[in-house]
Design a protein around this ligand. Structure first.
Ligand SMILES: Nc1ncnc2c1ncn2[C@@H]1O[C@H](COP(=O)(O)OP(=O)(O)OP(=O)(O)O)[C@@H](O)[C@H]1O
Ligand SMILES: [Mg+2]
Length: 426
């Protein structure tokens, strides 16, 4: 009897203990569930530990699925960002808060692998990482004296959540070309202003003098000088328009243009000058079979500028010769004069805008110093080049090298004889 009582009490105690354990398990599972489940859970609807466990498992599964999706999205977004950073031309280096490098795009890889100049950039990048530790963005301009001479702007930005610095990014921007173009533009504007100021100033003075002059002969002489100065302003503006048009047409329109057509048109343009100076133009050695691949208007402008110079910088009575050669891939057009020539020290510079060997003489001849800049631009637009050989007192040879166009003739016939041939056939 006593034994039965003890057994009953023990069983009851075990049952109570099991109930307590299950309740606390259910309570814990409910707690976990309320944290995991995406929506609030009504715990009254969970009758026992088994249901609670199932609900927790279901919540875990849905979390795991959502987590996997988020991870995939995060990976895709990271690879998009990395791809974008890779695509930009600036160098980008990213470090974590301990200064450990986390990312470096291809443009910035050059700094660690490169030679002296690049090593200087890499050192500056590391210094920027230190500089930004205080949490403030930093900017620094680095000049590398080269060659080639380069100007780089290094910008460093702290990364983080606004309160804590979580690393930094350094961006290296090579602004050399931009700076060079800005300097050219500045010089260009200064030069134009200077070039225009002189004739415009002269026009003002001449007009004042005329206003106070009664002598008809003097007035006529002054008026002629005014015409000359006005003509000079017009020429400068024409040259500038020509140059800016040719510069704007970055790549010339292409067609097969016969060289003799270009040369004939260019000669027509300079004929009045040549006649006025008694200079004969000889283009017998420009072969009709030679063609170049390019824009006729630009090509005529280039050859006319070379002929204009050849006439302007030669003594009256001399001869200017134009020839052409074709080596299959390229055609060369040569303009040779027997004039004053160009000193060796100026040869490199004559193609610069506004550069003139002898300013005083150029004023006499009305030159602005834009002609050869136009010629060089035309050559560049045609993937060709222009070179000069000259000796002071002996004369100059300018050679324009251009891509050959398609050959106009079969059987080696010239343009004229081919036309005759067709006429005979028809
Ligand atoms: N055939 C040449 N013989 C001697 N000097 C030349 C010859 N061609 C050019 N030069 C020199 O080079 C300079 C630059 O030539 P460019 O044609 O650019 O300018 P310009 O003839 O002075 O003016 P523009 O052509 O604008 O009217 C000239 O001022 C001249 O000093
Ligand atoms: Mg000229």
């Amino acid at each position: 009897m006593a034994a039965a009582l003890i057994l009953a009490v023990t069983l009851t105690a075990v049952a109570v203990a099991a109930l307590v354990v299950r309740r606390s398990l259910v309570a814990r599972l409910e707690g976990v569930l309320s944290r995991l489940a995406p929506e609030p859970v009504d715990t009254a609807e969970i009758p026992d530990a088994r249901s609670a466990l199932q609900a927790v498992l279901a919540a875990l599964e849905s979390r795991a699925e959502a987590g996997a999706e988020q991870l995939a999205e995060a990976r895709a977004s990271m690879s998009r960002s990395a791809g974008a950073i890779e695509a930009i031309p600036q160098g980008v280096v990213i470090c974590d808060e301990s200064g450990r490098e986390m990312f470096r795009n291809q443009a910035a890889v050059a700094y660690v692998r490169g030679r002296h100049g690049e090593a200087v950039v890499e050192q500056a990048v590391q210094e920027q990482f230190h500089a930004v530790e205080g949490g403030e963005p930093q900017r620094r301009t680095l000049e590398i004296y080269g060659p080639p001479r380069r100007v780089l702007v290094l910008s460093a930005f702290p990364l983080g959540d606004g309160e804590r610095v979580g690393g930094a990014v350094v961006v290296v921007d090579d602004v050399s070309e931009r700076r060079r173009l800005e300097a050219i533009r500045r010089d260009f504007v200064a030069n134009i202003s200077h070039e225009l100021k002189t004739p415009v100033g002269a026009l003002g003075l001449l007009a004042d003098t005329i206003a106070a002059e009664n002598d008809a002969a003097v007035v006529r002489r002054l008026a002629e000088r005014m015409t000359g100065e006005a003509f000079r302003v017009g020429r400068i503006i024409d040259d500038l328009l020509d140059l800016s048009r040719i510069e704007a047409e970055e790549s010339a329109t292409r067609a097969s243009v016969p060289v003799h057509v270009v040369v004939t048109e260019a000669i027509e343009r300079v004929r009045p000058l040549a006649q006025a100076r008694g200079i004969s133009l000889d283009s017998d050695e420009v072969l009709r079979s030679h063609t170049v691949n390019g824009d006729q208007r630009q090509l005529v402008s280039a050859v006319a500028n070379l002929l204009d110079n050849a006439c302007k910088y030669s003594d009256g009575g001399s001869t200017v010769e134009v020839r052409s050669w074709d080596d299959g891939d390229f055609v060369e057009i040569e303009v040779r004069d027997h004039g004053i020539g160009i000193p060796g020290r100026d040869l490199e510079r004559v193609f610069e805008r506004f550069y003139r060997v002898d300013r005083a003489r150029s004023r006499e001849t009305g030159g602005t110093g834009l002609g050869l800049a136009i010629v060089r631009h035309v050559a560049t637009n045609h993937e060709g080049d222009v070179r000069v050989a000259s000796r002071e007192g002996d004369g100059s040879v300018f050679t324009l090298r251009l891509l050959a166009g398609s050959r106009p003739a079969t059987n080696g016939l010239t343009g004229t004889s081919r036309r005759k041939f067709r006429a005979e056939m028809s």
